[in-house]
Design a protein around this ligand. Structure first.
Ligand code: A3D
Length: 316
């Protein structure tokens, strides 16, 4: 197979989000995929299964599965989805410790085997895990970013489209801040073909959509009973990968390193980013109301609490 010049994408974690991200990458022909997991046979089995779908789905890119990080050598882009979901009885700090140790171990491997890669983190608690990845990798901050805003804004776009019975692709929105209850959806930047939703919908309906967006992850967990959302999260990560690898220069909400933007320093949080071949090429500073700025800073306090947890655990 002719693979020269085709990007190499490593998906770390062959669970629901990781394997689905791999599948989307293959279907789009975005690059050759290497799927990595600690469970023996799991990435190999899923990769072989996806390879066998190739003749029908018509891919010209390859998928391999491995338990050996040496196989990610030369990766252009790494999507990290390894980690545990929060289980009943587990505190936030327990999850921080478990996933923190996983992320720091994986980032040590990425640093060794794929030192030039751009790294997209998906593991929760998202903003804190991206900060940990940035500290562990030691890469320039434009090459380390997190996926959450793409998912949160896709959910809001879907809800607006459902409410107004319009095409989802006509709806645009921006969701900033940390991933979770403190996210900051922005109705003033939510439009249908350029028309602000404030002109199309009553205030209570907008408030209901914002509340549903905030609870988007929880709504899926309650329906599934076991596990959490993965189709839309994987789609969010691959959308970012697409803009980067194809140098599309799309402006997408991503967890990015802030160095004074929005009045915040040395923190990772969701902001609009211009994504191109070098990763985060620019952080776009939107004009926000006082209330929105206050909500963003409240969001930052939650992330800082998590960062403090990492310090207590000796992970940073
Ligand atoms: P799951 O299907 O359990 O897959 C996780 C995979 O990670 C499993 O196959 C594990 O074997 C693997 N794994 C664990 N430790 C390691 C390791 N050290 N190296 C390699 N692989 C390892 O979970 P999932 O795919 O549903 O979710 C994965 C992560 O993404 C979780 O932390 C979720 O909370 C997070 N997530 C985040 C979002 C955001 O929007 C930020 C959305 C959905 C899921």
């Amino acid at each position: 197979m002719h693979t020269q010049g085709v990007p190499k994408i490593a998906c770390i974690g062959a669970g629901n989000v990781g394997a689905t991200a791999a599948q989307y990458c293959l279907e789009m022909g975005l690059g050759n995929v290497v799927l990595v997991d600690i469970v023996e046979g799991l990435p190999q089995g899923k990769a072989l299964d996806m390879t066998e779908a190739g003749p029908i789905r018509n891919y010209s890119v390859t998928c391999t599965g491995t338990n050996d990080y040496a196989d990610i050598a030369g990766a252009d882009l790494v999507i990290v989805t390894a980690g545990l979901p929060r289980k009943p009885g587990m505190t936030r700090l327990d999850l921080l410790e478990k996933n923190g140790r996983i992320i720091s171990g994986i980032c040590g491997q990425i640093k060794q085997h794929a030192p030039d890669a751009i790294v997209i983190i998906v593991t929760n608690p998202l903003d804190v895990m991206v900060y940990l990845a940035y500290k562990t990798l030691g890469f320039p901050n434009n090459r380390v970013l997190g996926m959450a805003g793409c998912l949160d804004s896709a959910r809001m776009r879907a809800f607006v489209a459902m409410e107004l019975s319009v095409s989802m692709t006509n709806v645009d929105t921006m969701v900033l801040g940390s991933h979770g209850d403190a996210m900051v959806p922005l109705p003033q930047y939510t439009t249908v073909s350029g028309i602000p939703i404030t002109q199309l919908m009553a205030q209570e309906r907008i408030a209901a959509i914002i509340a549903r967006t905030r609870d988007g992850g929880g709504e899926i967990v309650r329906l599934l009973k076991t596990g959490s959302a993965f189709y839309a999260p994987a789609a969010g990560a691959v959308r970012m990968a697409q803009s980067i690898l194809r140098d599309e220069r799309q402006v997408l909400p991503c967890a990015a390193y802030l160095n004074g933007e929005y009045g915040l320093n040395d923190i990772y949080m969701g902001v609009p980013c211009l994504l191109g071949r070098s990763g985060v090429e620019n952080v776009v500073e939107l004009k926000l109301t006082e209330q929105e700025t206050a909500a963003l800073h409240h969001s930052a306090c939650e992330v800082q609490e998590g960062m403090e947890g990492l310090r207590q655990l000796g992970l940073i």
